[in-house]
Design a protein around this ligand. Structure first.
Ligand code: ACM
Ligand code: ZN
Length: 367
């Protein structure tokens, strides 16, 4: 939060639930953290891994701790956006309360490896929605900001296809297929969130099967989701994987374990948050850009710093500067000054950009 405040970033998107752990205390459902916040091991190395370390990994934020974080952020003019994932990435919740899954699926476990899992919330049971509304009731109390993020990404439909309750829902609601069911799920949750005076955000998969009427779309699988949503007059937040996923490597040959990809700071600096496909009116729906840092391959704060710096500094300049005042040629030498700030903060950071011969040659050419 200190770092994002120093970079004039005004939102903190906090991903609090996933297959590998449920990280927020919910008083009505204590098993979410008693059971769902602990996994019995973690894969070793890069997915699919070379084994399992068999070391228990657990932890969650109490409601008091969350209030403290929200206040600390607010004191620095930062709004926290909580993300409670649904209908996918839910296996830690299902492990805690197995009745949340489709009948006949399971047994469930808090996952020990990374990726996407078939065990998702059953969309056929009203009790699933009641559960999620009860969870959100507590979340709404903790996070006073305007937005609630419901995830919506990477939800396999395998279980729904075989589930009599999910199939009955598709029939009763006149839905086309399982994508229609995902859309029904998200729209039903949006109605609830809107009824509490808040706005819903979802990853761009919420476009599939029809967008919820008031949803803000977070475009992560490239720019297309953001373009489509803005053209449908929906607000969007741009966070395309190819430009702003700070969990990707910043040197061509990984110098540490990362999820992969290659995202040098120069590419971040070259990111244009307003897609050229949008006209002036549509472009007004682009609320801004966001960088994501997923932490499967990050286990200490120093690695977090290494992954975000200097890319966060580049993105901040991109998002706060008019297009005609951005220049990589002028930004790159200023990085040296910025590195001195990182040194003063005693932060880790990547110096890859200074040793990258490709960009060095380019700059010489310009002179
Ligand atoms: C995402 O990165 N799965 C939204
Ligand atoms: Zn089901």
């Amino acid at each position: 939060i200190d770092y994002i405040a120093l970079h004039k970033i005004n939102y903190f998107h906090w991903h609090l639930t996933d297959d590998q752990g449920w990280r927020i205390e919910i008083k009505k459902y204590p098993l979410l953290t008693e059971v769902g916040s602990t996994r019995n091991g973690t894969i070793i190395g890069h997915f699919p891994g070379t084994g399992n370390d068999h070391i228990k990994h657990s932890g969650f934020y109490t409601q008091d701790e969350i209030r403290e974080v929200v206040k600390y952020a607010a004191d620095r003019f930062i709004t926290v956006v909580p993300e409670i994932e649904m209908p996918g990435h839910a296996e830690a919740a299902l492990t805690s309360y197995p009745w949340l899954g489709c009948p006949g699926t399971g047994p469930y476990k808090v996952e020990e490896t990374w990726g996407v899992f078939n065990n998702v919330f059953c969309a056929g049971k009203d009790s699933t929605f009641q559960f999620l509304q009860n969870v959100l009731d507590e979340v709404l109390q903790l996070f006073p900001g305007p937005y609630i993020h419901v995830g919506g990404d990477e939800c396999p439909k395998n279980n729904w296809k075989l589930c009599p309750l999910c199939q009955a829902r598709i029939k009763a609601e006149g839905l086309k297929d399982e994508h229609g069911l995902q859309s029904y799920f998200i729209q039903r949750m949006e109605k609830y969130i809107n009824s509490k005076g808040r706005k819903m955000i979802g990853w761009d998969e919420i476009l599939e099967g029809g967008l919820a009427p008031n949803a803000t779309v977070m475009s992560w699988r490239g720019e297309q989701g953001g373009i489509d949503a803005a053209k449908q007059n929906h607000d969007v937040i741009m966070t395309p994987g190819g430009w702003v996923y700070f969990d990707h490597a910043q040197v061509q040959k990984d110098d540490s374990l990362t999820i992969g990809g290659y995202l040098p700071v120069e590419k971040v600096y070259g990111y244009e948050p307003i897609p050229k496909e949008l006209n002036t009116e549509q472009a007004k729906h682009v609320l801004g850009g966001q960088a994501n840092l997923w932490t499967e391959y990050i286990s200490d704060p120093s690695k977090i710093e290494y992954m975000i710096f200097p890319r966060m500094s580049a993105l901040s300049e991109v998002l706060w500067s008019p297009k005609n005042q951005r220049s990589w040629i002028l930004f790159k030498p200023r990085l040296k000054q910025q590195f001195k700030r990182y040194d003063l903060w005693k932060s880790s950071y990547s110096k890859a950009t200074l040793t990258n011969t490709l960009t060095r040659k380019k700059i010489k050419g310009k002179k």
